[in-house]
Design a protein around this ligand. Structure first.
Ligand SMILES: [Zn+2]
Length: 547
């Protein structure tokens, strides 16, 4: 016999324009049977009334369109970032404001690590907030001279190691000549390592093993617990080097009875030729389940703006830094797009600088002439610096965008002062322009780059405040209602899942975020402070305090 549960709540926000607010929602077999009054829903037959949410507010489960499950794996290591941050257990780690505080926390972790040879790894360091002070191997030697110690920066693009770590990596020698390995006055490396081809081999000596770089079973479970605490019921994992082993691990863990979130795992374009990338990704599509969506590609076109590795159009960086790097060759990008369109595989592309955005737009336009597709929804991820003309073009080509609202908060001041200058800083992450140009839009955290939390992300898009408290780009603010749409339906649309998630209406999966207060009544500033009670995912109830 099929069981029907009808939930009552203080208020149920549906994101369904036909009936935006209801008092009850009926769930059967993990799906929404209907949303309306108790009397209307009773028409479906026998039911059990569940009033545990009577004092709470229910909205569609939040959808994170750009994050990495690596956020879960990182908590096996020591957090040393500038901002306060919540761990999967719900504990808050205070932000560290000086190098001395970073050394103190690492030393404390060191004293708890038994094995004298085991590496010690910290993550989240952001010296840009500490007057851009350079951390050296001598600083980290204060933590240990005998144990390898490493600290990964918040951007993920710089790794500091101590003397022991340098020695194990074979880098403690004079005469090194590499732009990614700065030297000290003594002619030896300072311990700061800057490029992926240096960081990867050195990193494994300080604990950056596979579990750190990709994710492991516990990392996935920890990530899922963070999702419950943030009200997230569906999250992308935007870029894994998926292979049969990793896919099997995802299947196993997401298939556990109490796994509380649906993951959308994208295959990244690194280390694989375009044809194999598209063929392999297409072959995964049929392995999708209710809690694991497969069959999508992530391509990285350029680097990061604050790392000066993004590709900018003229006149380039405000501080005169040379233009950034292409992470994919233009002819490879064209081949991936053409093959993916032909195979019906969706591609999300990381672009930060406006030159990278322009390349992807032109490449896609040419590919579409060869392989017309009226609903490809190729999505630009971050797309931080796009101009109004680029958004207009994206709209006409049927593209979607996922803008980095959190970035505007965390690094907006640096963009204004240093990277792109005042004028272009005001147009970064241009939510208003995207919506006005008719481009379907999501907004994101890119966790672990910034913390997972769509209500914070929505707040950031609505206020456009930077960390110093300035409103940067008043004209690009969006309303609370638009921001809430972006973190539910908007993100669902960019991942082609809007037929299944994103709103509370008949036929969709029973995915809810359960909140302490009404987000539609919140101000742009107070939206981020609304407490999350937990989630309902596929009809299963997950309370954050017990997760
Ligand atoms: Zn990312």
């Amino acid at each position: 016999m099929t069981q029907t549960t009808i939930f009552s709540a203080r208020k149920i926000i549906t994101m369904n324009p036909n009936r935006p607010v209801v008092s009850h929602v009926a769930v059967r077999d993990g799906r929404i049977l209907g949303a309306g009054t108790l009397e209307e829903l009773a028409g479906w037959g026998d039911y059990t009334l569940d009033d545990r949410f009577a004092d709470l507010v229910v909205m569609p489960g939040l959808v994170e369109g750009h994050a990495h499950t690596m956020e879960g794996a990182l908590w096996s290591f020591t957090y040393v970032g500038w901002f306060d941050r919540m761990d999967p257990d719900g504990g808050t780690w205070s932000g560290l404001k000086t190098v001395d505080e970073v050394i103190a926390r690492l030393s404390e972790a060191e004293s708890r690590t038994g094995d004298q040879d085991a590496p010690l790894l910290g993550w989240g360091l952001d010296p840009i907030y500490m007057g851009n002070v350079r951390v050296s191997r001598h600083d980290l030697d204060r933590v240990s001279k005998t144990r390898p110690v490493g600290v990964l920066h918040a951007s993920g693009h710089i790794l500091n190691v101590n003397t022991k770590g340098l020695e194990l990596a074979g880098l403690l020698k004079e005469g090194t000549n590499h732009p990614g390995i700065p030297l000290g006055e003594d002619g030896l490396p300072t311990g700061e390592l800057k490029s992926p081809e240096i960081i990867m081999p050195a990193g494994k000596h300080v604990g950056m093993d596979r579990a750190f770089l990709a994710t492991d079973e516990n990392g996935l479970r920890n990530y899922a617990r963070l999702c419950v605490r943030a009200g997230v019921t569906t999250s992308s994992d935007l870029g894994q080097q998926l292979n049969d082993d990793l896919v099997a691990m995802f299947e196993r863990v997401t298939g556990e009875a109490q796994f509380p979130v649906c993951l959308v795992a994208f295959r990244i374009n690194f280390g694989i030729e375009p044809q194999e990338l598209v063929d392999y990704t297409a072959s995964l599509t049929d392995r999708s389940t209710d809690r694991l969506e497969l069959g999508k590609i992530k391509v990285v076109a350029d680097g990061s703006i604050q790392g000066f590795s993004a590709r900018l159009q003229w006149p380039g960086y405000y501080n005169g830094a040379p233009n950034g790097l292409w992470y994919v060759a233009p002819d490879q990008l064209a081949e991936i797009y053409e093959r993916a369109l032909a195979a019906g595989v969706q591609v999300h592309t990381h672009t930060n600088g406006d030159e990278a955005t322009q390349l992807t737009i032109e490449t896609l336009e040419a590919a579409l002439r060869k392989h017309p597709d009226f609903d490809h929804r190729f999505t630009l991820q971050h797309c931080q610096l796009a101009s109004e003309a680029q958004f207009r073009k994206m709209g006409r080509l049927g593209m979607c965008v996922n803008l980095f609202a959190n970035h505007h908060y965390y690094w907006g001041d640096e963009h204004y002062r240093l990277t792109v200058g005042p004028e272009r800083a005001e147009r970064m992450n241009a939510c208003r322009t995207a919506l006005d140009a008719g481009v379907p839009m999501a907004i994101h955290s890119d966790a672990p780059v910034t913390p997972l939390g769509p209500l914070f992300t929505a707040s950031a898009a609505a206020t456009r405040q930077t960390a110093s408290g300035r409103t940067q780009g008043e004209a690009q603010r969006i309303s609370v209602a638009e921001a809430l749409y972006a973190v539910t339906m908007g993100a669902a649309i960019t991942m082609k899942m809007d037929d299944r998630i994103g709103s509370i209406e008949t036929g969709k999966r029973a995915d809810f975020a359960v909140l302490q207060d009404d987000p539609t009544e919140a101000t742009p500033e107070s939206l981020k402070d609304i407490g999350v009670w937990g989630t309902v995912q596929g009809g299963r109830i997950f309370e954050a305090s017990g997760i």
